[in-house]
Write a protein that binds this ligand. Structure first.
Ligand SMILES: [Zn+2]
Length: 91
């Protein structure tokens, strides 16, 4: 019924979604996206909350995310790291 969610994870995913189309990185595959999320999330403190299972969080108003600039910066730097050291071999 209830599940634990990490608000930071929700926000980082959203930030990556916004950043990816304009990101100047050699690969944007699912694996690289997951790596970028992992790198960024390891540098951002988690913020857990309880949510109803299946509930979709749609409100990403900036006032809910006081450190959005920092989160975006972490996503950008994570993307650069993954671009430089991809987990998979280059095609
Ligand atoms: Zn890739």
């Amino acid at each position: 019924m209830y599940e634990l969610k990490n608000f930071s994870e929700v926000i980082v995913k959203k930030a990556l979604e916004e950043y990816l189309p304009k990101a100047n990185i050699p690969c944007k595959c699912e694996r690289c996206q997951a790596d970028i999320l992992a790198f960024a999330l390891n540098r951002i403190p988690p913020r857990y909350f309880v949510s109803l299972k299946g509930e979709v969080i749609t409100n990403f108003e900036s006032q809910m995310v006081p450190d959005k600039a920092r989160i975006l910066a972490e996503v950008v730097s994570a993307a650069q790291i993954v671009a430089t050291y991809p987990s998979h071999s280059k095609e």
